[in-house]
Design a binder for this molecule. Structure first.
Ligand code: ZN
Length: 481
């Protein structure tokens, strides 16, 4: 059943043992000169004059029209709208160029889609794209947008088969207009609030290992196998973290961070922001004076599976438990004074080592074959874009937002939760949050050992090599200083 599958509509396979051989084509993480020049960390207060911190808030509808393909055409197209999808975010105004953070209720945004989102929001906010972080929440009855893939599919008679292209362009432009207008009414920020709380029975690890150290159960978003569900929760980050901005006693925005696949059930053409969207809505109803923006963390190998058999009522149970965690994070919040000098932005472009068996000629032969299934042609088109980006030496931006005693890492791809846990462990003296699902071109990013354990995520649906772990850990260490 589709509801038991993940992003790519394929059951987990136990093969996928990758040969760890060959030269390490490890990309050196480097500071991109322009980014370093324009985005260097601001000094830590000291004698510098105190600029006030201001914030602009925006929210716009990005619900696709009926008939739109969803989730890279791996699920049924939109047949009804259960609840609307939104793009939400904040613009931090510090006296330097603005910093834009945006969270979108879509499955993924990648390649040209990611580039266009950043460029449009940067222009609208009067900043540069390297100071814009765009993230999806990864719901699956939702659009996945890559303007580059249309360039490969359209000449082969497959235009608009993975998403509604004209609508998507208009949606990005509309969000840009809303961003631009939001700058007319920035709010003063005097305080930062930080809180966190454990979430009860939502995320569980999808990869249950057997006695041989290999993946025994691929426990996907909804799981009907009692043995797989009985297995322990496994490695997760149980905490939802919360960052809020205040003007005196008035809360302006609550930003929450929690890592998991957000599906309760999907694949029926019923567009929805799923349980994370419902949890966010519950918080909106409870604290209506603040805006609510939710980011997905490093949830690549996590899902509600252990606690979710896919019955529709689970959506509300999961939403309630996540909202309860968000509420306790809110209640635990401690406030600290904040000014513009307490805000910093740093970008680190990183070259991801590509999966070794990706081959341009093989991709082209499938893409050019009209007898191949649409899903196969779409997948190889997406692989081809990544192969060519790597050949050009393209790097993906990681960034770190410093907010008083908090740091937020903004990451590309569907990272395993181990990255989020490692980032927090690198700076136990700081309040470290992670927003993943930036440019999703790399898809799953496992830990090095995970590629030897087999399983769904580290096979075909990961476009990076096992040594990516070393590259990313080094990059996070650099960013967190
Ligand atoms: Zn996924």
């Amino acid at each position: 059943m589709r509801e038991q599958t993940d992003t790519h509509g394929v059951r987990g396979s136990r093969r996928g043992f990758l040969k760890a051989a060959g030269t390490l084509a490890v990309g050196l993480t480097q500071w991109r000169k322009s980014a370093a020049a324009s985005s260097a960390t601001l000094p830590d207060g000291g004698d510098s004059p105190r600029e006030p911190l201001r914030i602009a808030l925006f929210q716009a509808d990005v619900t696709p029209p009926l008939g739109s393909p969803l989730c890279e055409a791996l699920v049924k197209p939109a047949r009804r709208i259960v609840d609307p999808l939104s793009a939400r975010g904040v613009i931090l105004l510090t006296g330097e160029k603005p910093i834009v953070l945006c969270a979108i209720d879509w499955t993924s945004i990648l390649n040209g889609g990611y580039r266009v989102w950043r460029e449009v929001l940067a222009q609208a906010a009067g900043t540069t794209p390297d100071r814009v972080a765009v993230h999806t929440l990864h719901q699956h009855d939702a659009p996945s947008v890559d303007f580059d893939i249309e360039g490969l599919l359209a000449p082969r008679g497959l235009s608009g088969r993975t998403f509604d292209v004209a609508w998507a362009r208009a949606a990005v432009a509309r969000v840009g207009e809303v961003v631009s207008r939001s700058l007319d009414q920035p709010r003063r920020v005097t305080h930062l609030g930080l809180g966190q709380a454990k979430v009860d029975r939502v995320a569980s690890n999808r990869r249950v290992l057997g006695p041989d150290g290999k993946v025994l159960y691929a426990r996907m978003s909804a799981c009907t196998d009692p043995a797989a569900r009985a297995a322990p929760e496994g490695t997760v980050d149980p905490d939802v973290k919360l960052i809020s901005f205040w003007d005196g006693d008035v809360p302006l925005v609550s930003m929450t961070y929690y890592a998991t696949h957000p599906q309760s059930f999907y694949g029926r053409g019923a567009v929805s922001a799923d349980f994370v969207g419902l949890a966010r809505a519950l918080r909106e109803a409870t604290v209506p004076e603040a805006a609510h923006v939710h980011f997905n963390g490093a949830g690549g190998n996590l899902a509600a599976s252990k606690y979710n058999d896919g019955a529709p009522s689970r959506r509300f149970e999961l939403a309630g438990r996540l909202a309860d965690g968000m509420a306790r994070a809110w209640d635990s919040m401690k406030k600290q004074a904040i000014g513009a000098q307490d805000v910093g932005w740093r970008v680190l472009p990183v070259k991801f080592p590509i999966r070794r068996d990706l081959d341009e000629a093989k991709c082209l032969s499938v893409l050019d074959n009209p007898n191949e299934k649409l899903v196969e042609r779409v997948v190889v088109a997406s692989e081809l874009i990544w192969i060519r980006r790597c050949a050009r030496g393209d790097m993906l931006d990681l960034s770190r937002l410093r907010l008083g005693s908090a740091d937020v890492l903004h990451m590309p791809g569907e990272l395993f939760v181990e990255y989020q846990l490692a980032a927090a462990a690198m700076r136990p003296d700081r309040f470290v949050c992670m927003a993943a699902y930036g440019d999703c071109t790399v898809q799953y990013v496992g830990t090095e050992i995970a590629y030897r354990q087999g399983g769904y995520e580290t096979g075909r649906w990961s476009r990076v090599a096992p040594e990516t772990e070393q590259v990313l850990m080094a990059a996070m260490r650099t960013l967190l200083g």
